[in-house]
Each structure stands twice: as C-alpha cells, then as structure tokens.
Design a protein. Structure first.
Length: 365
C-alpha cells in the first residue's frame, strides 16, 4: 500500500530534534519551576528580538493572547471590533466574550485577507479596534489597513497566529498576537501564545492581565485571567525557534514547487484549479488552492491516502453563535465562495518531492 500523506507531519519535525527537546523538558522538570519563570522570559526575549518588537508577553494560547490584548485596550460592552469574515473562530470569539460586537468585512478573493476597500463602510462611531488577520501566513495589506485605522482613530490588534516569520508580522499593530498551537509554524507541545507590543504601558497591562490583574501577589488592580505560559512549553519553543527560519525557507520552497507542478500539470490552464499568487510576504502556514469541484477533489485525495483541509467551511458571520447579529447568506459573497472552494494541501517543511508529485498527479487524474 502507498504510504499516507498527512496534512502536517509532526513526526518528521520531531525526529531530528528529539534529543534537544527531551533535554530541554528534562531541565525544566528538574527546575521545579513550571509556570512563567526563566524559560518563559528567555522565550519572550527571543521572540521580541526575532520579530523586532520591544516587548513580548507569553500567554496560555493564541486565543488568550488575543483576549488579553482586547482587555488591555479596554474593549467591552457597546464597543465594536472590525475584523475579517473569514478566519479561525478565535478572531471573533474573543470579541464576543468581552461583551463587544464583532463587525465583519468581506475578503479580497486573491489573498483571502480582509478587503481594505470594504473596511471604511463597516466602521461606525462605536468601532474601537481593527483586527486584521494574516490568513494562511500571507500578510494582510498592512500599509493601507494602518492608514484606515489611523484615519478613523482605531487601535489595531494583529492576529498573526498563522504568520510568524512573515516580514513585520506581530509588529504592525498596537499589539500583535501569535499562537503556538501544535499545527502552527512554530509550535509547542501543548497550548501557547504570545502578545507583542512596542508600548511599555501596554506590555505592563498585558503582564498584569495574564496574572489575574495582579502586579503584586494577591493585590488585584483589575480583573484579569489566568493567561500564563507554561515553562515546559517555553522550553520546547526555545529549542524550536532556532529552526524557524530554516522551516520558513523550506515552506516557501515547497510552495514554489507546488506552483510549478500545478502549472506543468495543465490543471490551472484548464480552469479546474486556481493557484492564488501571493502578493505580499507569505510564510505558507497553509498552501491553499481553490476549485469549484473542491469536494470531489478532496474525496479523491482521501481515497489515495492524501490528507487535505478546509479552512474554513463556514464564514464567521454565518456561525450559529452569531445568528443574533443578523447576517445572512449573500452578505459576504467572497468569504462564502472561499468557504465552498478552498482546499489546503499538505504543507510542512519536511514535505518531499515524491509526496508533492503524488499530490498534484492525483489531482490531475
Ligand atoms: C490558531 C489561531 C488562533 C488561536 O490560537 P490558539 O493558540 O489555538 O488559541 C487565532 N487566530 C487564528 C487566525 C489562528 O489560526
């Protein structure tokens, strides 16, 4: 039987660094310091340096990093947060959890990112924060988006969960957030996230919020939460960060190879598949193609033991939990079309030439 091809191969990632990881975990176990502490500080400093941002605050997940960022900016009841209609749920979920209202903007079909031309019309007097997402690892159009935010007096929080390593990612907004969920480009062995900021006061607020709003033990200035990062996760991430640049380079190479294979196969010319060309820096968290016959293609891949993914099958405004916001089918045509047509193919730094050929030739058949 032909070997299966996974969407992401964590076994291939682990094999060459297994000893280093186990050593780091052992050191952490023996230190008996399991939450925050030296490993977390070291990781925060390393990420801040890597991304060229002054302050980095480790968190319990990417979701919690986003949540505490909005909390630090005082988002609450009556506020609106403008964001993309097409992202992972957390981008909008954190807004609702604070009693604020997510206001959605359709995407630019060529990048899957928020369409800058549609942002202004979504901004009302209640809008407080703008949350662009660098979907699939490609930067949103930050120059234009930053200008729009400035013009309307909105603060920007970047959801950079899928884009660590992209040029400037995490440093465009007042706060930028990363996720270290196991499937992300830089991944923990459990949950982890981070909020970055150039602003010292915001950094201080974030540190306080992640620790139940206390700067001094048992003295709570504000109501925060337990959004702290585990030391073991930071220890793992400190090892993996050394490989991130190599992994990003490899992801870009695999993407270029996919592009070539698709062109050679005639699939793009035939109009049956569309291979979106990146227009801004891209770290290929996902390699996403689109097709009107997406579901048939996906079934065929599955039959050949090739995994694929749909990110995301339902646009955010059409999620059942947001039905009270009153959006309906047809309100976000490009997000809805993306939800019907996108297909994420296996993408990881260790992907082989054989695997890529098999994937594209299966689709060609
Ligand atoms: C993964 C992800 C998150 C949430 O991160 P977690 O660490 O899973 O909580 C938020 N936004 C986007 C776009 C993501 O991809």
């Amino acid at each position: 039987m032909v070997p299966k091809i996974p969407l992401i191969d964590l076994e291939a990632q682990l094999a060459p660094i297994r000893d280093e990881i186990l050593e780091a975990i052992t050191r952490c176990v023996d230190s008996r310091n399991y939450i925050l502490g030296e490993e977390v500080t070291r990781f925060e400093d390393a990420i801040a340096t890597h991304c060229g941002v002054e302050h980095a605050v480790g968190a319990s997940s990417g979701t919690d990093a986003l949540l505490m960022s909005l909390m630090a900016l005082g988002v609450g009841r009556g506020d609106e947060v403008v964001t993309t209609a097409y992202s992972f749920f957390a981008t909008a979920g954190v807004v609702s959890r604070l009693g604020a209202t997510p206001v959605f903007v359709d995407i630019d079909p060529s990048t899957f990112n928020i369409d800058p031309a549609r942002i202004a019309e979504a901004i009302t007097g209640r809008a407080k924060v703008l949350v662009p997402v660098h979907l699939f690892g490609q930067l949103a159009e930050m120059q234009t988006i930053t200008d729009i935010a400035d013009q309307h007096g909105l603060v920007m929080v970047e959801d950079a969960a899928q884009a660590i390593g992209a040029e400037g990612a995490g440093g465009f907004g007042a706060i930028g957030c990363f996720s270290f969920y196991p499937s992300k480009n830089l991944s923990a062995m459990g949950e982890g996230g981070m909020a970055l900021t150039h602003d010292e006061e915001l950094a201080r607020a974030l540190r306080r919020l992640r620790n139940h709003g206390a700067e001094t033990t048992y003295l709570h200035d504000v109501v925060g939460g337990n959004f702290r990062m585990d030391a073991v996760q930071a220890a793992v991430l400190n090892v993996k960060l050394r490989y991130l640049d190599d992994w990003t380079r490899a992801r870009r190479q695999k993407a270029r190879r996919y592009d070539e294979l698709f062109r050679e196969s005639g699939l793009v010319e035939s109009g049956r598949f569309e291979i979106p060309t990146p227009v801004r820096d891209h770290v290929y968290h996902q390699y996403v193609i689109r097709s009107e016959q997406r579901d048939a293609a996906r079934a065929r891949l599955a039959k050949e033991g090739i995994a694929s993914g749909i990110y995301y099958p339902v646009p955010l405004p059409l999620q059942p939990c947001f039905s009270h916001l009153g959006y309906g089918p047809g309100d976000f045509p490009e997000s809805e079309r993306a939800a019907r047509e996108t297909l994420a193919l296996p993408m990881f730094p260790e992907l082989t030439e054989d695997q890529q050929q098999r994937i594209v030739s299966t689709l060609a058949r």
